[in-house]
Design a protein around this ligand. Sequence first.
Ligand SMILES: Cc1cc2nc3c(=O)[nH]c(=O)nc-3n(C[C@H](O)[C@H](O)[C@H](O)COP(=O)(O)OP(=O)(O)OC[C@H]3O[C@@H](n4cnc5c(N)ncnc54)[C@H](O)[C@@H]3O)c2cc1C
Length: 397
Amino acid sequence: MKDYLLDPEAREFRATTREFLQRELAPRSDAIENRQDWAAVKAVVQALGKAHYLTLMFPDLYRGSLSTPGLVHAVILSEEAAAINYAFETTIATAISCAYPLHRYALPDIRAHYLDGIIGGSEIGAICVTEPNVGSDSAGMQTRITFDDTRNEWVINGFKRYISNASVADTYIVYGISNPAVTAQKGMSAVVVPKDTPGIRFPRNYTFMGRRGCIVGEVEFQDCRVPANHLLGRRDEGFRIMLGMFNFERIILGGSGLGQARAAFDIATTHAQRRNSFGQKLGCKQLIWDRVAEMSWRIDAAELLTYKAALLYDAGALSAKELMKPASMAKLVATETALFCADATVQILGGDGLTKEYGRAEQIYRDARALTIVGGTSEMVKYLIASTDMPSIKPNL
Ligand SMILES: Cc1cc2nc3c(=O)[nH]c(=O)nc-3n(C[C@H](O)[C@H](O)[C@H](O)COP(=O)(O)OP(=O)(O)OC[C@H]3O[C@@H](n4cnc5c(N)ncnc54)[C@H](O)[C@@H]3O)c2cc1C
């Protein structure tokens, strides 16, 4: 890790974060992967909260030792955590993404009530966008958020699926249509729903090929009511809030991809320098060099794009619309790099790459597969990049 773009304080932060995670996360990683031990996940989240890691991207709330905390540091945290255990990292990345709209758009008393627990590590957050009939096409969502004037409450009806931290989260940010008479861009709202609200149900959790230990499930809302002050931002402003949240989430996902790619690369290069084949080290073979070199340049490219996007975010000079392209490029390149490196590593290890007996290559291969799907698929973020480059035409979705 060369950290080309980072200042000495951020490099020092990486070193202390790595030590912290080696102490708190690494010893619990097997329990998370093999037993899906939620208590182990929760213990590390609490430790991170106590050590001020979950306020890194909210400088006004941060009480740690960094002089200028920001998204750059949150990405370093993501990268270092994903290198050890991606399932754990998705749990905190989701909680941080839930904290983002709360911090930015909630009324002061609501913000204090729901945000403090999440950034303190005692509570967990979740984001509810995806539905059975709507994934990439989030504007087509069917969940309804209507205002009941008689009781001064928002009423939520809908069904969300593939929700990370479903049932274990304490707080849910829910997106839904508040004005069906106009487009979703103009008629979507976002509300905060606490877990104990009557009408919220968690029908089931999914079993995925990877990310074991991160709970992902369904969330159903049946006449679920929250007070008027639980609206985020203004009425019908939800789509704009969601786009800003996706920028933030996609830059964090750049860190997730980098962490997984780097973990795979370390396994592959160690193996290629140890294993003998045809009387030489495996790494002496040109076909292996070629793979190693390609992993290496892809990781560097992903690193540059991810930290460029995080630095741009922290500089605060770009609008959410302007940030969409750098955030999308970071997510695209880092997650595709993780997939490439996970696959190449299994190939370089041969049979050893397919079994749990010789290390984590097979786990990374299963875990990394989700990266190009979650938080906007590779196809969708390519659309966002190209639509910025060709503003006069609308790509045919
Ligand atoms: C492990 C996991 C965790 C998740 N966590 C959350 C969460 O916390 N909160 C949440 O709201 N959601 C979450 N999701 C949902 C995730 O964001 C969606 O899976 C993702 O947006 C894709 O939606 P979809 O699965 O419905 O696929 P679809 O939208 O049905 O797409 C299927 C395929 O078709 C492609 N495609 C679709 N439209 C086009 C087009 N016009 N042109 C070209 N290709 C196209 C897509 O790129 C994809 O490859 C999670 C998903 C997973 C797997």
